[in-house]
Design a protein around this ligand. Structure first.
Ligand code: SF4
Length: 462
């Protein structure tokens, strides 16, 4: 990968709306004709693979104590902990159902708990969930595993962090967004700095190997000065990874965002200024820009994977492991098994009803065609390696790349002229400037966008 070069003019010209490509095709293509039998058939086929690969598991815990106004996640804000208990019972039922489908010798190399707020579950509930998972799947504890959980620092103290690590997690990601008090009030997420710092300090003593912090830029009342103070705190605390997302204000799509006053949002020029500040401050402090919204310390696995060309992209963003069958459990969770994507019902009530009836709560999905697989691979290589080697692709996919993608190559000529990519006879290389606009480049190979899909469904690139 070329070193990233920040070009404000290019970013403002190309930073329109587009998918984040945590999957291709994106979830908007999933349809209701897909059903649980399709999913089960794909699982069976994946088990029959001569060398069935390891598994990755995602568990969705949708509950939250209060509503953050910027939130676009699938969540349920409730003060009734009994709802979490009845959900847990159904979740354990799903773990058993899914466990019966998969070969028992397939190890779970990756596990991620997200939400919502996974720590809405108390310690005992989390431990029961981990026990349930270990009874139905082959969890590993030899250090090769990547088991992570999203933590809301308002719900976890140092003592609880030890319990969480003891139950099998070796990675945590902390939801922060911004440390500025005015911004926190405007987004209804008041979270004293010390809560977050205490967890970062305590993590090494618990056996947690990697700490990631999520921030968001583009929030109401943010300014370059205010966000600079948030960055000061982070640079001093030095978590292994920082994911700094661009706030997507889409109040028509996300009701919670209607509580944010649009006049409080930084304008596009200020957003760009904040992004530039993020890049310059973090790189000066020794963080490496991975791509999209991710920064990591040089010794972190993500950084090493990027250097060795093994970086991958999955539903959690950048990762060192992907391509494994992913089992999504819980309401709204997405699975990717064999040649299919499968998504569960979003409502907790429907989720519970489906499991009461002994059915997997599959609501929609997609069978990938050979064309989808090929384009997914091209997009993955652009997003993770910044390069397409045409001859290599010709051999791997028995195609004539230049002929098959003549239209896309022609479309890329403009991007070449503008300095986002370099087009050579046998390969395409993303330039340093293009690294901030990976999704604009990847979009050229997205057949669904070419066929008139509505880009307005997606967030802004910057
Ligand atoms: S941002 Fe996280 S904690 Fe806040 S409402 Fe959304 S899911 Fe819940």
């Amino acid at each position: 990968m070329n070193d990233a070069v920040f070009d404000a003019d290019l970013i403002s010209r190309y930073g329109g709306q587009g998918p984040r490509y945590t999957s291709y095709p994106t979830a908007v293509q999933f349809g209701s004709e897909f059903n649980p039998a399709d999913y089960e058939r794909e699982v069976l086929l994946s088990n029959q693979d001569p060398i069935p690969g390891p598994l990755s598991i995602y568990v969705h815990i949708p509950f939250c104590h209060s509503l953050c106004y910027y939130c676009g996640c699938s969540k349920l804000v409730t003060r009734h902990p009994e709802r979490a208990e009845s959900y847990l019972q159904k979740l354990l039922e799903e773990v058993r159902l899914q466990g019966k489908l998969f070969d028992q010798d397939r190890k779970v190399g990756q596990l991620h708990m997200g939400g919502g707020t996974p720590t809405y579950f108390d310690n005992q509930q989390l431990e029961r969930l981990m026990t349930g998972l270990s009874e139905s799947f082959q969890l590993v504890g030899d250090g090769s595993q990547e088991y992570s959980i999203e933590l809301d620092p308002r719900t976890v103290d140092a003592e609880r962090l030890h319990r969480i690590a003891d139950s099998g997690f070796n990675r945590i990601s902390l939801g922060v967004q911004d440390f500025d008090e005015q911004v926190q009030k405007a987004i209804n997420r008041v979270q004293p700095v010390e809560l977050t710092l205490a967890l970062i300090r305590e993590a090494p003593a618990t056996g947690i190997e990697s700490v990631s912090v999520d921030l968001i830029y583009g929030l109401p009342l943010q300014t370059p000065d205010s966000f600079s103070r948030t960055l000061d705190i982070m640079i001093e605390a030095r978590p292994d990874r920082l994911a700094i997302y661009s706030y997507a204000h889409m109040p028509r799509l996300f009701r919670a965002q209607r509580l944010i006053r649009s006049e409080d949002l930084p304008d596009p020029a200020m957003r760009l200024e904040i992004l530039q500040l993020i890049v310059s401050r973090l790189t000066a402090a020794g963080y490496v820009y991975i791509g999209m919204d991710h920064f990591a310390l040089p010794g972190d696995e993500l950084c090493l994977a990027m250097k060795s060309g093994c970086l991958q992209r999955n539903f959690q963003g950048y990762s060192t492991r992907a391509g494994w069958d992913l089992i999504g459990m819980g309401s709204s969770a997405i699975s990717k098994v064999g040649s299919c994507f499968s998504q569960h019902v979003k409502s907790v009530q429907q989720y519970n009803q489906s499991l009461d009836a002994g059915r997997l709560p599959v609501e929609r999905g997609l069978m990938l065609s050979a064309e989808d697989h090929l384009r997914a691979e091209l997009i993955q290589r652009i997003m993770c390696g910044g390069r397409l080697d045409y001859r290599q692709l010709d051999e791997e996919y028995s195609i004539d790349f230049r002929r098959k993608f003549a239209t896309e190559i022609a479309a890329l000529e403009k991007l070449d002229k503008d300095g986002l990519v370099e087009l050579h006879a046998d390969y395409l290389q993303v330039t340093g400037k293009g690294r901030f606009l990976l999704r604009s480049i990847a979009m050229v190979f997205d057949a669904y966008l070419q066929h008139g899909d509505n880009r307005k469904r997606f967030s802004k690139i910057v």
